[in-house]
Design a protein around this ligand. Structure first.
Ligand code: DOR
Length: 432
């Protein structure tokens, strides 16, 4: 690692300090040494970032790394390489592995593998209940001590209100974020896509929007009794966005996140029975998509995530009803968010960076989200104008289940630094 690295002429956007200006950034010994005039010192290495945006490293607080248990789909090594290529310097990984991340040993295993693989920081999310079964509380305290940054049963929201309240109460003692996959199983049943006219036409069982809404509503009641910080994972319905908006207006500690696919596609795209579009929560109606976009615009939605969910080709190639839910996203999210939110003027660049970096760091209580002097030099360089065509064959991820293959997009991460070390550098990024 060079002792000093100077990033010159880039547009520096750091929402944590309300910075948005063309300025030099000096990195020394893996930390941010200065931004602006104080940064203009002789450096061992300099890069010219003219035309690029320089941001605190992007943080994806909802990914699936599949290790342990499904290493043929992804490993911590391949998933973090995909993260770095997408501009992410850190990811928070969900506990729906096999075995699940429901013990301190499992959390320690993930952290050890991450330290070894090393392309991006990995923040494990521990399971709330043992085996993610929704019955007995998991060893939350021990996992928190081992390094779990938040807790969730992921793919399965806790259906039992009593267990859910106990988990919330216990978690509130550690001030960790409670993340819920909001879907009432009795309403979702064996549904495999959004309940609506398209599902009816296709003869497929539907997951109604109210399956999400009912659990968010119940949880907002429970979280007030427990005093926990409560976060709705991958929000997808107008009803849930409205509930979070109302909860925030009341001053409750309720937050939420959204995925690119819930902003850019409706359930109608499932009409060809292509399981690449099968995801949970499912792609919803136009009204739901519009409500999610409005939720981003007015600040109801806090964070942008991917729900990166790698699956093998053979699994995804089964009939729609039997294929697993999920699509990958780490290497495509940035341009898709630009397309969905920045290009149409829903939010500006500083808001985008806040939602992709500063806010997730705040919610998880982890390092990053800032270019403040002294902070670890986790930095992403973005070319906002680069036009390129997504090619799944080029992905660092081990899986290929993306609905965006061959799409031409604008905007790309061209350089990713973690602790001041290049973890990804685009071939076309001008050498310093
Ligand atoms: O589509 C999804 N896939 N949603 C989830 O909640 C889980 C994820 C997975 O792990 O495959």
């Amino acid at each position: 690692m060079p002792e000093t690295l100077l990033i010159k002429n880039g547009r520096v956007i750091d929402p944590s300090q309300s910075v948005d200006e063309v300025a030099p950034v000096l990195i020394r010994d893996g930390r941010i040494a200065a931004i602006g005039r104080g940064a203009l010192a002789a450096a061992d290495q300099a890069v010219d970032a003219t035309g690029l945006i320089v941001t605190p490293g992007l943080i994806d607080m909802h990914v699936h790394l599949r290790e342990p248990g499904q290493e043929e789909c992804e490993t911590i090594e391949s998933g973090t390489a995909a993260a770095a290529a997408g501009g992410f310097t850190a990811v928070a990984c969900m506990p729906n592995t096999n075995p699940p991340l429901d013990s301190d040993a499992a959390i320690e295993f993930v952290l050890r593998q991450a330290a070894r693989a090393g392309s991006a920081r990995v923040h494990p999310i521990g399971a709330l209940t043992s085996g993610r079964q929704g019955k007995e509380l998991a060893e939350i305290g021990m996992m928190a001590r081992a390094g779990a940054v938040a807790f969730s049963d992921d793919g399965a929201g806790i259906a039992d209100a009593g267990v859910c309240l106990r988990a919330m109460r216990y978690l509130s003692m550690f001030d960790k974020l409670f993340i819920q996959h909001c879907e009432d199983p009795t309403l979702a049943g064996s549904g495999c896509m959004n309940a609506g006219p398209t599902a009816t036409r296709l003869g497929l069982p539907g997951i109604p929007a109210i399956a999400e809404v009912v659990m968010v509503q119940r949880d907002i009641t429970l979280m007030q009794a427990a005093g926990v910080r409560y976060h709705v994972a991958h929000v997808s319905t107008a009803g849930a966005v409205e509930l979070v908006r109302a909860a925030k207006a009341k001053g409750l500690r309720v937050t939420c996140e959204v995925c690119p696919h819930h902003l850019l596609m409706t359930d109608e795209i499932c009409a060809g029975y292509d399981s690449v579009y099968k995801v949970n929560p499912p792609l919803r109606s136009r009204a739901d998509v519009d409500a999610c976009i409005e939720g981003v615009r007015d600040g109801t939605i806090d964070c942008l995530v991917t729900d990166h969910a790698p699956h093998g080709k053979e699994d995804k190639e089964r009939e729609f009803q039997y294929a697993p839910f999920g699509m990958i996203g780490l290497e495509t999210a940035l341009p898709l968010y630009i397309e969905a939110l920045v290009a149409p003027g829903v939010i500006d660049w500083p808001r985008l960076v806040r939602m992709l970096s500063t806010r997730p760091a705040e919610l998880l209580g982890v390092t990053g989200g800032t270019l403040r002097e002294g902070a670890p030099a986790d930095v992403t360089l973005i070319d906002p104008e680069r036009i390129w065509t997504i090619d799944a064959e080029q992905f660092r991820s081990k899986s290929r289940n993306t609905p965006w293959n061959k799409r031409t997009v604008r905007g790309k991460a061209v350089g990713t630094l973690v602790d001041g070390v290049w973890k990804y550098r685009d071939a076309a990024f001008p050498a310093g």
